[in-house]
Design a protein around this ligand. Structure first.
Ligand SMILES: *[C@@H]1O[C@H](CO)[C@@H](O)[C@H](O)[C@H]1NC(C)=O
Length: 188
């Protein structure tokens, strides 16, 4: 049984890592004050159904292998982000609460300090993420939502998904975390 699971794991990890090579679709660099969109990498969404929590990462296989306290399953390509600080980008800090497993992605340094006082820590596994603080360079809003009752934060670049989360899944709107590249080409 364990061998079968390992084989399945390797197959899934292999299928997912092919996604890692995909450049941000439909975005071209228009000015030198923008980052180079071909350097952006997929930001994947994982989900643990047992606690209805979301996690975002660039290295799916590493995250699955590292975190054996949760049953993360692959859910979607959420966005494209930078993993090096490109022109006009700011760090997107990944904060995790070890008690609730809630993960908050924020560009707000004041919030990082405030979260640290309430038990959150900076998640160590992945490299830093960098996104735009305003809607420039072909970026789109990365909406932030939360469901306080279950300690989950949910992020999406899809307006449709954002509305569905608010209307039918009990999430509250928490504004915009920052600006990322859309997982699908955006309409102009
Ligand atoms: C940053 O976070 C602090 C603490 O949570 C909050 O009071 C402030 O309004 C935030 N700033 C912005 C620009 O969202």
């Amino acid at each position: 049984m364990k061998n079968i699971l390992s084989v399945i794991f390797v197959l899934i990890a292999g299928a997912i890592s092919t996604l890692d090579a995909k450049p941000a679709p439909g975005v071209t660099r228009t000015t030198e004050t923008c980052g180079d969109p071909t350097l952006a990498v997929p930001f994947h969404r994982l989900y643990d159904a047992s606690i209805a929590h979301h996690l975002y990462c660039t290295g799916v296989a590493n995250t699955l292998a590292f975190d054996n306290t949760h049953v993360w399953t692959y859910q979607a390509l959420a966005a494209f982000v930078f993993v090096t600080q490109e022109e006009s980008t700011v760090p997107l800090h990944q904060m995790v609460n070890p008690t609730t497993a809630d993960r908050i992605y924020t560009t707000n340094a004041t919030e990082v300090t405030a979260l640290e006082k309430t038990g959150y820590g900076v998640a160590a596994l992945e490299p830093g993420y960098f996104i735009y603080p305003t809607q420039i360079c072909g970026s789109v809003p990365f909406y932030r939502l939360s469901k306080v009752a279950i300690h989950d934060h949910f992020f999406t670049a899809s307006e449709t998904e954002r509305i569905a989360a608010i209307d039918s899944q009990g999430y509250a709107d928490e504004g915009i975390a920052g600006y990322v590249f859309a997982p699908e080409p955006t309409q102009c």
